[in-house]
Design a protein around this ligand. Structure first.
Ligand code: NAD
Length: 474
């Protein structure tokens, strides 16, 4: 327990140091900066749950870091390692993450001390519903208040339970489904949410790979994903989708690190097959044509172009930072690099694509899901056919003026209207590209050498504008 607390405290200290480094470049008053840094509220609860006929006391927490925009937003983590400082660090990151990608929310995070892998589905449902009810009782959850989402150890199933509990207790509230995001599509979720964080990680890496000026520092030339060698830690929601999209675009996944060990193959590993194999056997070890790596952390230190830590915080720390050989670290997870480790990595000319930018795809699409819930209509439903009709008129005009007819297949491609998943992915791509260039512009204007400091500064300045416009109550 003490060790876990230390990990959480270290994580929070890292986030605060990152903030302080960036704040030095800001002209906002010290008072406003202090307000932007602190967590606004922390709610801790203990509640009883019946497990196999016995009563167990479960601890939960919800931290709302900032209310400069409402609702606040952030995932719920199920893990025995959950502690207050860890959740505060994650809530803090959420505020800056939302600001970086222009999602108009404050930051929050929640956690429940429970092991989702050893608990029965029945227990998980009871715990999730009771935790949600405790938050509802205190008005700490709601479409305009605070909107949770999945995180480590939770997924769409838990979000559906939360939405259902909210609807049961707030019967008839029109916007009730907007109380939580990451829901299954049939329960008010949005197409494209499950893979959003991983897809966002892919868009961010792709943008960086085309950025010759940034890559110069790491002795790399501008290019594409084609042939880039990638090692990924964690084959969960973020790690699986990020590596899958990179692989589709020509990257070679040479190593995958999971909790039970790692696998390595310099010729490349098919991510989809490994995922299936692990789901069936419970382990990725002994996957065909791969070498088993017994100590999973060893994989982080192996040669590659891009290392994607997508499991947990503090994975790259003083203990291993000097031995990291990747040219780019793409932070899929939150806080995978400690602040002391970052100093070493930057000295070794390793480029870090920081969490608060790179994994913001999840909250971006959560924002789209929330908008969908408030408007109670699927994206594309109103416009798709009208769009198609206008493309058809255009194609007909081209055919009649040119005197040439297109094939049915050509026509189908040219006249296809956008449905929900197309719109979500297009919104996500646009968001990740815009945020990337905003951060790079801040680096140039303020002469900031690393992307994390620039991303924090971009966020701090945007939040500062909100505070200045709002004034201080009373
Ligand atoms: P997940 O539970 O789906 O996956 C995590 C994976 O990491 C699991 O496969 C787990 O077995 C593996 N893992 C655990 N300990 C490990 C270890 N010591 N070594 C190697 N692998 C290990 O969780 P997720 O949603 O993919 O979240 C992963 C990280 O990404 C977390 O830091 C989370 O906060 C962050 N994140 C998630 C989202 C999202 O949309 N899910 C969004 C932003 C950030």
């Amino acid at each position: 327990m003490a060790d876990n607390q230390n990990e959480g405290t270290k994580f929070l200290e890292s986030v605060h140091k990152y903030f302080d480094n960036a704040a030095k470049y800001s002209k906002l008053s010290p008072g406003i900066l202090a307000q932007i840094k602190v967590c606004n509220s922390v709610y801790k609860i203990s509640f009883p749950v019946e497990v196999d006929g016995k009563i167990e006391v479960i601890e939960g927490i919800r931290v709302q870091h900032s209310h400069h925009k409402l609702p606040s937003k952030g995932g719920i983590r199920f893990s025995m390692q959950v502690d207050e400082d860890e959740v505060k660090a994650l809530a803090t990151l959420m505020t800056f993450k939302c600001a970086v990608v222009d999602v108009p929310f404050g930051g929050a995070k929640g956690g429940v001390k429970i092991n989702p892998r050893t608990s029965s589905v029945k227990t998980l449902e009871r715990v999730t519903r009771r935790y949600a009810a405790e938050l509802i009782k205190k008005n700490l959850i709601g479409p305009g208040m605070d909107v949770p989402a999945p995180d480590y150890g939770t997924g769409s199933r838990e979000m559906a339970w939360i939405a259902d509990t909210y609807q049961a207790l707030k019967y008839g509230e029109t916007n009730a489904l907007g109380c939580v995001t990451g829901k299954p599509v049939g329960q008010g979720g949005i197409r494209g949410r499950a893979e959003a964080t991983g897809l966002g990680v892919y868009f961010g890496i792709r943008e960086a790979l085309a950025d010759g000026e940034l890559l110069k520092g790491a002795n790399m030339e501008a290019g594409t994903m084609q042939g880039k060698r990638i090692i990924v830690q964690g084959l969960g929601n973020v790690g699986y989708h990020a590596s899958w999209f990179c692989q589709q675009d020509g990257a070679i996944i040479t190593g995958i690190a999971e909790r039970e060990g790692g696998i390595y193959n310099p010729e490349g590993i098919n991510v989809e097959e490994v995922f299936k194999y692990r789901s069936e056997t419970g382990s990725l070890l002994n996957f065909k044509n791969c070498t088993n790596i017994e100590n999973t952390l060893d994989l982080l230190e192996m040669e590659c172009d891009i290392l994607i830590p997508a499991a947990l915080e503090n994975q790259i720390n003083l203990g291993n930072a000097a031995r990291i050989k990747a040219k780019i670290i793409a932070e899929g997870a939150n806080g995978p690099v400690t602040q002391e480790a970052e100093e070493i990595l930057l000295k070794n000319n390793i480029i870090i694509l920081p969490d608060l930018y790179l994994n913001a795809g999840g909250v971006t699409v959560s924002y789209f899901e929330w908008l969908k819930n408030l408007s109670n209509v699927r994206f594309g439903r109103m416009g798709k056919r009208a769009e198609e009709a206008s493309y058809k008129r255009l194609v007909n005009a081209i055919e009649s003026t040119s005197g040439k007819n297109m094939t049915a297949q050509e026509k189908a491609i040219l006249t296809k209207g956008s449905d929900e998943v197309n719109l979500v992915r297009s919104g996500l791509e646009d968001t990740m590209i815009n945020a990337y260039h905003e951060i790079r512009e801040t680096m140039r204007q303020k002469n900031i050498p690393d992307m994390r400091t620039a991303a924090f500064l971009t966020a701090i300045e945007k939040i500062g504008v909100s505070y200045e416009a709002l004034g201080i109550f009373p």
